[in-house]
Each structure stands twice: as structure tokens, then as C-alpha cells.
Write a protein that binds this ligand. Structure first.
Ligand SMILES: [Zn+2]
Length: 422
């Protein structure tokens, strides 16, 4: 590497490799012996170059293999621009000289999972093309789920279901999957789904007469080994459709997780999972009815409370000042009370509510009272460094000083009395 530490862009398909890629011919090989060619530092890690390797470098959307090299953890695998493969290690290869032999072992469950997802993707891409004429524009294999982007703005759920069903049929058919190299001259005879990104010797991954892809990835032996294929998500993205899919054990794990979840939901209703949607819907309807009834009951109660407060503040023929501070009462109920007090004759309501670290003031008045409560609220809040205001007949504002509630209400009462010349 001319520039160690900088990870070069890995070409999707490398024709002449400096490192022999053992996975090109046998993606099931998990162990190998190789000669250490060079060591360097890349991205702050010790990196080893071998004459041959089973380790797959991140490329073509497929993530790299983990495993060990001479007993050291391989934390990343990177393809260089000359076709060499660098193994980034957790610790330096102490005691191993350049030119000597090292033993490599790949993390097989991780690799096999990648093989299932990758073969599943080829199958799905060809299927979407054959069924609907939709091309796959890009793919991404993630740690938990994989995606493919189709060149169609809207994919109908029915189309997704049809593709999923047919894909699983092809799994049961156990079509052989093979890989081979072809020259430029031979390439024209291969019905590729998409043109290759490189020229020269091209590696073809073929699902027995069904799909031909130029691909450097690792694949399972037959479509049967892909296992279950599940399309889990369908999203519209800038004129394209992003499809999320799971293959093999990922699909099984997803099924198990959803089964468990449904079981938990069903247990809440002491019912069978199939009954759950109906029961949830019934509960939501009940909840809405109860909320409506509660709102109506609250309104009636607030009306009684307002009448009582207004009556205890004086005769209805004279101006009645109702000043009250509530602690921990739902602010919407205090607001409702202010609304009800407005309906009483000759009332000025000066209400406060404290909750947590906040004081909320709600000032309101009856229609016939000549006083701007919005201005009164602004003047009152200013005493505590707060801001607020509102309409002439109704205003709400807050300040982060719950302790001064009584003080502010008393000041407001004095201001009202001064304004009406009492
Ligand atoms: Zn591929």
C-alpha cells in the first residue's frame, strides 16, 4: 500500500487478484494455510497481506468475514486497488515473520448468513425483473436486514406478496447455484441481468438457467440453502421502491420474535392471538366512548364548581373576583374551570396551577366585565420575570417559579381592585 491507513475503495469484481481468493472456487472452505506476504498499519490497526485467503473483503454490498488469523481476531477485511486483500487485526502478528505460514479460520455462521442473504438477493432481483420488469438499482446487506432498491415508484403489496411466494417456490425447487469466469468474448452469450462494471475476465454467478449475475460474492450451493425468504418492508424512496428482506435464519428469527410478540399481546386479553386485532379495536372504541363520557362529566362538575366559587365571591349583581391556586391539578381542567367561570355573571377569574417546576396562570372574565385580562396577565407575570399575555377576556401564561403563585395572585387581585376603583 502506498498510503497505509487509508482504506481504498474495493472494486466490485476483481479479475486478476494479487491475493488468491479461495472463496471464488469454494465458498464453503472455512480454514486455510497461507504465506504472510506483508504487514502494515491500516486505519490504526495491524494489517496482514497473504498470498491466498478465505476471508471475504467488504465488496459488492456483501460485508467482510470475521474470524482469526494465526489466532488473532480479524476485525476487518479490505480489498486494495491492486486486487490485494488486507486482513485488519485486533493485535499485531508477533512472532510471525513475513514469508512464514499462517493459519486462517473464518467465522462460518456469519459467512453462511451472508451467503444466504446474497443468493436470496440474486433470486429476488431476477424474480422482480421477470414478474414485473423492475430492475434492481442497488443492494445493501445489513447486520440485521438487507435491502434492494427497485426502479419503480410504487410497488403494490400484492406484487410483493406474489414475488415472496414465487421466491419461496424457487427455494423448494433447489436450483443449483454455480460460479465461473468468462472472457469478454464469451460474455455476449451470457444473459446477464445487468451489464458488468468491469471488463476482462468476469465472474458469473448463475442460478441454474434462471439468473446470471456478474458477481464476486459468496453464494450457497442451491436455492434450497437460502432457506425461508421474507419481505418485511416496502418503502417509497425518491421515485424508487426500497424492499427489505430476510433470508434463512434471519427470517426464522423474525418469525419467532413476531410469534412471541403476538403471544404477549394475546395474553393481555387472555385470548388467542387471532382474536387480538378484534379485541384491540373493541378496546379502542370503548376508550373513545369513556373519554367522551369523562369529558362530559368533567364539564358538569366544573360548572358546579364554577357556580360555587362565583357565589362564594359575592352577589351576582356585583363584580366577583375568584382567585384560586391549585397544586398538581390537570392544567386542562383548570382551563375548563376558567371557561365555566366566564359563563357566570360578573366574574373575574384569576386561577393558578403549579406542577413540577412551573406555575401557570389563567385569567378570564365574563363578557360584561370591562377589564383586559391579557394585559393584567402580562403585568402579573412580569413581577416574576415571566412573559405572557392574551385576549381581553381570556389569557394564559407561565413562569418557572411555582413558589410565588399566591403572591402573584394577590398582586393581581390588588390590581383588579385598583382598576375598578374599589
Ligand atoms: Zn451479487
Amino acid at each position: 500500500m502506498d498510503n497505509p491507513g487509508v482504506i481504498p475503495t474495493a472494486p466490485a469484481i476483481v479479475q486478476k487478484t494479487m491475493t488468491q481468493r479461495l472463496y471464488y472456487t469454494d465458498s464453503y472452505q472455512t480454514e486455510f494455510d497461507a504465506t504472510l506476504v506483508a504487514v502494515t498499519t491500516m486505519a490504526g490497526r495491524p494489517a496482514a497481506l497473504l498470498d491466498r485467503t478465505c476471508f471475504y473483503p467488504t465488496s459488492g454490498g456483501q460485508p467482510f468475514d470475521r474470524g482469526t488469523l494465526a489466532g488473532h481476531q480479524v476485525v476487518d477485511v479490505v480489498a486494495g486497488d491492486k486486487g490485494e486483500i488486507w486482513h485488519l487485526l485486533a493485535a499485531p502478528l508477533t512472532g510471525v515473520a513475513v514469508g512464514s505460514s499462517v493459519h486462517g479460520l473464518i467465522d462460518w455462521p456469519r459467512r453462511y448468513d451472508h451467503m444466504q442473504q446474497h443468493s436470496g438477493q440474486h433470486l429476488l432481483s431476477q424474480l422482480f425483473y421477470r414478474l414485473f420488469g423492475y430492475e434492481t438499482l442497488s443492494v445493501h446487506f445489513g447486520a440485521d436486514e438487507s435491502t434492494l432498491d427497485l426502479d419503480v415508484a410504487t410497488l403494490e403489496p400484492a406484487q410483493r406478496d406474489e414475488a415472496e411466494d414465487k421466491a419461496n417456490d424457487l427455494v423448494y425447487t433447489a436450483l443449483p447455484i454455480k460460479s465461473y469466469f468468462v472472457s469478454d468474448a464469451e460474455l455476449s452469450r451470457v444473459p446477464l441481468r445487468r451489464p458488468p462494471k468491469v471488463s476482462g475476465e468476469i465472474r458469473i454467478v448463475e442460478i441454474d438457467g434462471f439468473d446470471y449475475s456478474a458477481c464476486g460474492g459468496t453464494h450457497v450451493r442451491t436455492t434450497a440453502e437460502i432457506g425461508s425468504i421474507k419481505l418485511t418492508k416496502l418503502e417509497r424512496r425518491r421515485g424508487q421502491t426500497r424492499l427489505t428482506f430476510l433470508c434463512g435464519k434471519r427470517a426464522l428469527r423474525d418469525y419467532a420474535a413476531k410469534h412471541r410478540l403476538l403471544g404477549e399481546i394475546a395474553a393481555l386479553f387472555s385470548a388467542d392471538a387471532s382474536e387480538a386485532p378484534k379485541l384491540i379495536e373493541r378496546n379502542l372504541v370503548q376508550l373513545k366512548t369513556l373519554q367522551r363520557e369523562l369529558d362530559a362529566a368533567n364539564e358538569r362538575l366544573l360548572r358546579y364548581e364554577a357556580t360555587e366559587l362565583a357565589d362564594s365571591a359575592g352577589e351576582s349583581g356585583q363584580l366577583r373576583i375568584v382567585a384560586r391556586l391549585f397544586a398538581g391539578r390537570d392544567i386542562n381542567l383548570v382551563k375548563g374551570l376558567a371557561g365555566q367561570l366566564q359563563q357566570q355573571p360578573n366574574v373575574i377569574a384569576l386561577l393558578g396551577a403549579t406542577a413540577d417546576d412551573k406555575l401557570t396562570l389563567i385569567f378570564a372574565r365574563s363578557a360584561e366585565v370591562d377589564l383586559h385580562v391579557g394585559q393584567l396577565l402580562r403585568d402579573t407575570l412580569q413581577l416574576a420575570g415571566g412573559k405572557g399575555g392574551g385576549r381581553p377576556d381570556f389569557a394564559q401564561g407561565g413562569v418557572a417559579a411555582p413558589a410565588v403563585g399566591q403572591q402573584l395572585l394577590a398582586a393581581a387581585v390588588e390590581q383588579v381592585k385598583a382598576a375598578i376603583g374599589d
